[in-house]
Design a binder for this molecule. Structure first.
Ligand SMILES: Nc1ncnc2c1ncn2[C@@H]1O[C@H](COP(=O)(O)OP(=O)(O)O)[C@@H](O)[C@H]1O
Ligand SMILES: [Mg+2]
Length: 433
């Protein structure tokens, strides 16, 4: 097993013990710091020998169309988790939904690179690795690895090991990862995890419901309609005429619950609209149609925190194509990111304020990237991404780096926020008696 793998799966202290341990150690380190001129390496040595590292299960891959994008994000997390303090355990969710303890952590840094790699690997047999099984109930051993390899077990037997993870970092984009389903599983198991909970994850994945909550929080959203595929298929022309009357061309037609611009089209004519609705309907039973924001500039802002979230400086994406579609996001090299965005200080402050308001409107936690469409001086909140792309060159990390939070520190904060939120939840009363 490589350096990133599960090494022996030993027992380590659970989170509260870890904190107590760390507190005692910090006191000792402070004492040693006084002696540092005498023995400058002592604190470092002591740290590496005495601190039990936090075991972080990094969940990546997944059943969504954004599987490859997740691999690129996870590679960055593995590369930047401080090994003196964290022991990352790579848990890969295959496209068919199987969970496996990966022999090697992913390494490719860009989504384009991973997509190319998977194309080349498609013909090869699927890779090995130990199966991971998840117990959806609180216990000491919620995450188990089952090793059925003959070299590790007598024939017909399997070796079952508890992974003893202290926290889970879901680096999964799109459905079955970013949409509350995995988060629900982690809640059932009572395991701390990074990022938004069930509700915010589900809302952040549903462009229709998200807009309802934005409007309720008095946030500016562009004119839109929601049509269910079931209704569309029964009344295409009358509904198309309604959309023309209510929104006018051009319109953006989107499956409600996807990401990465999959299934999204810009419709400029009735013929386009019919095609775009059918395409979106092939991806989702719910379709969101929006009036196109004219000359839209795409401004994005990163948010970090739980109950008192903070916003980064805003950035701007300039897509290489007519809009920021799948190719412009992952295939073309032409799209450009500007950090910070060249917008005036007032617009920038408005974007930051709206980002925090949008984060709170969906009851988000940990992290989110809030995306805006800016037309002249009018700002529209487009969407909240609860697990934004997360490579070191992705917008989310660049925005924090430009705001003084480097990537490894960002990881520290996210893990601390996960533990904080989980600890807070344990304090809640669960009965009246
Ligand atoms: N109402 C709109 N007006 C102008 N451009 C839009 C609008 N909605 C979407 N777009 C373009 O389509 C892209 C993808 O839409 P978005 O809602 O962000 O979906 P996704 O969740 O897949 O990123 C945006 O980045 C933008 O380029
Ligand atoms: Mg988007």
């Amino acid at each position: 097993m490589g350096a990133d793998g599960c090494q022996g799966c030993q027992r380590v202290p659970r989170v509260p013990e870890y904190h107590a341990h760390t507190r005692a150690l910090l006191a000792l380190l402070a004492l040693l710091a006084l002696l540092a001129p005498v023995a400058p390496v002592a604190p470092v040595l002591l740290y590496s020998f005495a601190v039990k590292r936090l075991r972080v299960g990094v969940l990546y891959g997944g059943r969504s169309g954004e599987h490859e994008v997740s691999l690129a994000s996870a590679a960055a997390v593995f590369a930047n988790l401080d090994r003196a303090r964290y022991e990352p355990v790579p848990i890969r969710i295959e496209k068919d939904g199987r969970w496996a303890l990966a022999d090697r952590a992913p390494t490719a840094v860009s989504a384009a690179e991973v997509i190319e790699q998977s194309r080349l690997e498609a013909a090869r047999p699927s890779r090995g690795g130990r199966e991971i099984h998840f117990m959806a109930r609180p216990s000491e051993e919620t995450i188990l690895s089952i090793d059925r390899r003959p070299s590790h077990a007598e024939e017909g037997q399997a070796v079952v090991t508890g992974l003893n993870l202290d926290v889970i970092f879901p680096v999964l984009h799109g459905p079955y990862g970013e949409d509350g389903t995995i988060q629900g599983l982690l809640e059932l198991a009572n395991v701390p995890y990074v990022g938004a909970g069930v509700l915010a994850s589900a809302v952040g994945m549903d462009k229709g419901v998200m807009k309802v909550l934005f409007k309720a929080a008095a946030l500016p959203v562009c004119p839109y309609q929601v049509i269910f595929r079931h209704d569309w298929q029964r009344a295409r022309d009358p509904l198309a005429a309604d959309l023309e009357r209510l929104l006018g061309y051009p319109m953006f037609v989107k499956p409600a619950n996807l990401g990465s611009s999959v299934g999204i089209s810009k419709a400029k004519t009735r013929a386009d609209l019919l095609e775009a609705m059918d395409l979106a309907g092939a991806f989702d039973r719910k379709i969101v149609i929006e009036a196109a924001v004219p000359e839209a500039r795409e401004i994005e802002c990163a948010v970090l925190g739980n109950d008192a979230p903070q916003a980064s400086v805003p950035g701007e994406v300039v897509p290489s194509r007519e809009f920021y579609d799948y190719e412009a996001k992952y295939i073309d090299d032409g799209s450009k990111i500007f950090v910070p965005a060249e917008i005036g200080p007032r617009t920038s402050a408005d974007i930051q304020r709206l980002s925090i308001a949008a984060f709170k409107a969906i009851d988000c936690a940990g992290m989110a990237r809030v995306d805006f469409l800016l037309s002249a001086d009018t700002i529209y909140v487009n969407e909240v991404n609860t697990i934004p792309r997360f490579t070191t060159i992705s917008m989310y990390s660049k925005l924090w780096a430009a705001s003084g939070v480097e990537y490894p520190v960002l990881l520290d904060r996210l893990l601390a926020l996960a533990l904080e939120r989980h600890a807070e939840k344990q304090q809640l009363r669960t009965s009246l008696t």
